[in-house]
Each structure stands twice: as structure tokens, then as C-alpha cells.
Design a protein around this ligand. Sequence first.
Ligand code: 9Z3
Length: 324
Amino acid sequence: MAAEAEAEDGPEWDQFFSDCAPPPNAAASVRALGEFAAQHAEQCRRLVLVTSGGTKVPLESRTVRYLDNFSSGWRGAVSAEHFLQLGYAVVFLHRQRSLFPFSRRYSGLNLLDALKAVLDVGTGCWRVEADQAALPGIVPTLQRYAAVREAGLLLPLEFSTLSDYLYLLRAAAQALHHNGPKAMFYLAAAVSDFFIPASEMPEHKIQSGANPLQLSMQMVPKMLTPLVKDWAPQAFVTSFKLETDSSQLLARARKALATYRHQVVVANTLETRRVYVLIVTEDSQVDIKLSENEVQQHHEIEEKIVKHLSECHTNFIEKSKNPT
Ligand code: 9Z3
């Protein structure tokens, strides 16, 4: 698989991947992806790859320091739950220790405050009791999580650095190739645009005497190009566009669609991302919002985003059966 893919990635990507070591769990992840994709292809189930969280960009080979970004993984974790709710199988490619589907509800909590060790006088054994009041909604959450696990609908994969992320994204895309148009990519991870190639990175910790610290970083090759053209040409691809200037949202989303020729861009701004997104396709643009009232009732915008995209995905699958 790797050799075949490398021949198609283009020189920039050949260079990128030959320059970096595979992630520590690469072989097991590739195997798990292949099995997961095949199992759900056989069951004719829709499958989505959700990417989530930010990438780490090392500044030294023996890494002490790295660049990171703001992403919490909320968008990805919440969206993954809603995709599962709609019957999708989900590959959840997420930054290590970022928010995770289901457990994300309790991420701000010190678990030890919600648990108590209790001595059972009858048996003389210790058991652990949970304070349900400290864990709101824990019973339905555990039930949903257990059902998802039992049905084998969730494959979590972790990344930490930019190169781990890109390696696993490519491996996932190649595995999902077998799911054809039933595969969706939902690229919500906040991926660095800049990196320092291994050959240009200092081996040891940068000394604090370096004042001012000057870094020279290169642009990361645009991953959407090979993803759409070579790695998963039949899949339904949704990318996310993040801006800080809302007046640029539509133009930047249209530019991305015109450049990569994929299906959807979800555009959002840093400050309003929990309550507003703009979903742009070749021939439509749809505002998705949460009202004040919905915010107060703890609705999640991801439910609306995922519902809208799954409808677009249905049309895409239908169209691929009857191309005009
Ligand atoms: C997003 O725009 C996501 O919605 C957020 C979610 C990262 C803002 P949180 O994890 O935040 O819920 O805290 N993701 C894509 C960001 C990105 O890097 N997009 C690239 C760009 O804007 C294109 S691939 O150029």
C-alpha cells in the first residue's frame, strides 16, 4: 500500500513523508483501519473519518519545545457522537488528550472527586462507588458508549505531531478507498500550515541564549490536493476553514472549493465557532446558527452541521449511482 501510494503522492509529499518517521503505532493503526473499513464496507454502512484537535510542530529533534494551537477537539468529539447517532461508523483521528466522544462531558472534572472507595463489610473487599450527582447524565452516556463499542462503530486513533497526523490521515484515506462514495472525510482538526523539516531541525534543545530566537519554517504541502485526487477520489470530502475576520469567510471557502474541487467547506471564525458556521458547496451556501434560546438549552451546533452534511452525503451517494 505505502509504495503504491507514494508513487502517486507527488514530489512534495514524497519528500515530506520520506523526511519524517512514521508514528509509533503506525503498523497497528494501518491494520485496524483496514479491518474497520472492510467490515463496514461489507455491511454497506456509511463511514466517516473525523479529524480533531491541533497538531504539535516540534522545534528540535529531541523535542523539548514545540508549536501548538488553540483547538480543544470539541468540534470533532461532539460531531463524532452525532455521526454515530445517525448510524455512521466513525474513525476518530484525534490529538492525544484532546476531547473524546462521550467522555468529553466530564473533561473538566477531577474523577477522584466523583468516586469513593467503600469497604463492603460482608465480603471484606473494597469497591468503588460513583457520585452520580457529580457526573450529570452519566447513565445514558455510559449506555450509549457501551452500545457503540459493542457494535464496533468507533475506531479511535491518536496523533500528536503534524507528521503523525498526516501519516495517519493518508493511511486512513487509503483504507477508506474501499468504501467508495459511502466514505466521508470531516476534517475538523486544526492542522499547522508551517513546519521545520527534520533535516533543518537542531538535534538538541535550543539554548536560551539565542536572543532573539529566529525560526525558519516551511509551508506544509496542501494535503487536500492528494486526498481529493489520489488518496480517496470517490469519497465525500468536507474541509473546515478557520478565519478570524468574518468578512473573509465566504470568499476563502469558495477559493478552497475552487482549488481542491472537493464537496464542502465549513467556514467558521474563532470567536463565533460554537454558534455560527457557513456551509459552502459548489452551488449553495447555508448559514447554520444556534439561537440564544438554543444556547441556553445547551444545544450543540454540531448536531445541525452533521445533519446537514449527512443529507448532502445522501445526495452525493445517489448521484454517484446515477452519474448524469
Ligand atoms: C476548524 O475550523 C474547527 O472548526 C475548529 C474547532 C478547529 C475551529 P475546537 O477544536 O475548534 O472545537 O476548539 N478546523 C479547521 C481549521 C484549519 O486549520 N483549517 C485550515 C484553514 O483554515 C484548512 S485545512 O486553512
